[in-house]
Ligand binder design. Structure first.
Ligand code: PMM
Length: 279
């Protein structure tokens, strides 16, 4: 059975709420590690207006070490099973085995931050599953990704690398109507490079696939709103995140991945109301 890509409601981006079932994620590490807390958090995000829930069991914070496949699956599978009736679930994984088990348990989307590079079986697994697949720009695992920030022109280089991924994934049999691309803010990019990618977002539409973007609480936002030069703590970056969501909604992205849903829903509503008023 082919699962279709969820469509944007009346011209605004879908809001993807994050459920990190990890002890060490970047912005909410440990808070929803336990099954009941993760499920309650997913319910709360849907109540706040999330259209999709992204369930992940591997932290990708800079420097993070990988869990075993067994541990990753033990974290995410019960959460996917518990939330699958509530909203379309994407499973945030780089492993084909985890993707397969979670789709069998009811997940509707596979979200792979490595764009198929971390696991050679991922592309063929997703092609066979016939599920929507989010492929992000990625240059290597998190333990040393911040050593991979050499670009001649960050927008042109990320675009070219994503284009190569797109072509490889389509050649592996992934249906073009099910492929979403993501420029990978915060992955192998300095703060300045993340801003440059965001400033060049319009060029990513030329890849011809829907876009998902995750800026939520990332380090490049740490100076937004800082009055003393000290970094703003991750869980106090939601206003900056919502401001970025305005930019993303104006750029017409397919989905926005956030930890705090309410303010991004409001940001999308503002952009949609303005677009209606202009029309
Ligand atoms: N960022 C994180 C995890 N998964 N998936 C996609 N598609 N895009 C992202 O930007 C992305 C992702 C890291 O975020 P977190 O650990 O702070 O939730």
């Amino acid at each position: 059975m082919t699962l279709r890509l969820p469509t944007r409601p009346s011209g605004r981006p879908l809001v993807m709420g994050v459920v990190n079932v990890t002890p060490d994620s970047f912005s909410d590490g440990g808070r929803f590690f336990d099954l009941d807390a993760a499920v309650a958090h997913g319910r709360e995000l849907v109540a706040q207006g999330a259209d999709l829930l992204d369930v992940g069991g591997e932290s990708t914070r800079p420097g993070a070490q990988r869990p075993s496949e067994h541990d990753e699956l033990a974290r995410v599978l019960p959460v996917v099973e518990a939330l699958a009736d509530l909203a379309p679930i994407s499973v945030d994984t780089m492993r084909a085995g985890v993707a397969r088990a979670c789709v069998e348990a009811g997940a509707a989307i596979v979200n792979d931050v490595s764009g198929g590079l971390a696991d050679p079986d991922m592309a063929s697994a997703v092609a066979a599953l016939q599920v929507p697949y989010v492929a992000m720009h990625w240059r290597g695992h998190s333990h040393d990704m911040q050593t991979r920030t050499q670009y001649d022109d960050v927008v042109a280089d990320v675009l070219r690398e994503l284009e190569q991924r797109r072509d490889a994934l389509l050649s592996a049999g992934i249906d073009p109507s099910l492929l979403v691309l993501d420029p990978g803010l915060g992955f192998a990019k300095t703060a300045a490079q993340n801003w440059t990618v965001l400033a060049g977002l319009d060029r990513f539409a030329g890849l011809g696939q829907p876009l998902l973007v995750g800026a939520s609480r990332k380090s490049f936002l740490a100076q937004v709103g800082s009055r003393d030069g000290e970094p703003v703590p991750a869980d106090e970056r939601d206003a900056a995140t919502a401001a970025v969501s305005v930019v993303l909604a104006q750029a017409g992205v397919w989905a926005i991945r956030v930890h705090e849903v309410r303010s991004t829903v409001a940001a999308c509503d503002v952009v949609a109301a303005l677009e209606r008023a202009r029309a």
